[in-house]
Design a protein around this ligand. Structure first.
Ligand code: NAD
Length: 361
């Protein structure tokens, strides 16, 4: 099959790590008889340097025309980069928010996987994480508190501020459907997280999720209050498969879940719209401190490319082959500097990409 992939290398380590993800994709294409055509696009600092703005209409249009977007990371060092002397709406990060909005990406997926080979990086007690864990956090990305009406005002001489948390049933239903569809392809367990003991928006969330669950008898659903979930993630992370939650709770819980894996260079992410289209990128930033040194860990980007194969291109077998290649390379003791431990073999960015490509079966 032929696929058109928009590629946004971005800034800092972005070009180095995207290059390795493309190397792995090319190996997949060769082994499985596919053709991946890449269209390179500018975003963030690279776009500011070329066009004076962090996102152009051309980037949006070409991204929309692709089957999926694979991205590195954008941004620079806020203290030294001239990009941060521009007004906030012209800085690199504005480009990222702009493209997410323009592409209608409402579902953010962040896997938090603890590989048993990297267990030493996990800050939790060994008995809690034995054998590793594999959680998919699904966060609603375009509604809730971050997009509600807000104002700051003075009343009777006292400063006040208000933020509004609004959801409608359609916004909840579309992400719940995504969560159940994804759970079907995993271990079949959805934990929906809310604050239904206090918030009306959470009570609506809970009832719409229950309605959607009725269409997925093969998936088991439970509801959990957000405060309990924050605790359970550090008490017993292995209980979770898919965590489904609204925007702000997801923002906090996905950071918590990813940090318990302990390895920022390993964390992939995807943002999806209501078709199979998605934007795939590592969870980490552009690491300007190690940019251009061939030291960055490309695995988060390679695993993001694997999510792209699975969720946008419907190539599950090929995605499995990438995930297994990553596991094999870790099992064989190969590491980039950020995940290095005693007795392992140190690899550069491109050596790691090549090693993973060699293990694609
Ligand atoms: P960062 O994630 O770039 O770096 C934090 C630390 O982790 C650094 O020490 C870095 O060297 C290390 N690190 C990150 N990724 C790594 C990798 N793949 N391999 C090895 N080490 C890695 O966070 P930051 O320093 O706070 O941000 C730098 C820039 O990235 C900023 O401009 C920020 O706005 C931007 N940023 C972009 C995104 C994105 O593109 N989605 C996300 C977060 C931050």
């Amino acid at each position: 099959m032929k696929y058109n992939i928009a590629c946004i290398p971005g800034d800092g380590i972005g070009p180095e790590i995207v290059r390795e993800a493309v190397r792995v994709l090319d190996t997949v294409a060769e082994k499985y008889g596919h053709e991946f055509k890449y269209t390179e696009l500018l975003l963030g600092g690279a776009s500011i340097d070329a066009y004076g703005v962090p996102l152009t209409d051309e980037t949006v249009e070409k991204a929309k025309a692709a089957d999926a977007v694979l991205m590195g990371s954008i941004g620079g060092d806020a203290k030294t980069s001239p990009w941060y002397r521009l007004e906030p709406s012209k800085r690199p990060e504005a480009g990222l928010l702009g493209i997410r909005k323009a592409l209608g990406l409402f579902a953010n997926l962040r896997p938090a996987v603890l590989y048993k080979e990297l267990a030493a990086a996990c800050p939790l007690k060994e008995e809690l994480t034995e054998g590793g864990f594999d959680i998919m956090i699904m966060r609603e990305l375009t509604g809730g508190l971050y997009f509600g009406e807000r104002k700051t005002y003075v009343e009777n001489g006292i400063r006040c501020a208000v933020d509004t948390l609004t959801y409608n049933e359609n916004e909840i239903r579309r992400i719940a459907v995504k969560a159940f569809e994804i759970a079907k392809k995993r271990r079949g367990i959805v934990t929906s997280v809310d604050k239904a003991n206090v918030l009306d928006s959470s009570r609506l969330w809970r009832s719409v999720v229950d309605e959607v669950a009725a269409d997925y008898p093969e998936v088991s659903l439970s509801h959990m209050l957000v405060d309990n979930c924050a605790m359970q993630l550090v008490r017993d992370p292995k209980q979770f498969d898919v965590i489904l939650t609204e925007n702000m709770f997801g923002d906090i819980l996905s950071d918590e879940a990813s940090m318990v894996t302990g390895s920022i260079g390993m964390l992939a992410s995807a943002s999806l719209n209501d078709t199979s289209f998605g934007l795939y990128e590592p969870s980490h930033g552009s690491a300007p401190d190690i940019a251009g040194m061939n030291k960055a860990n490309p695995i988060a980007t390679i695993l993001s490319a694997s999510m792209m194969l699975r969720f946008s291109l419907d190539l599950g077998r090929e995605a499995d082959s990438v995930d297994n290649a990553v596991k094999k390379v870790l099992e064989d003791g190969y590491r980039t500097g950020d995940i290095m431990s005693e007795g392992c073999t140190a690899l550069s960015t491109d050596e790691m990409g090549k090693k993973i490509s060699e293990k694609i079966l």
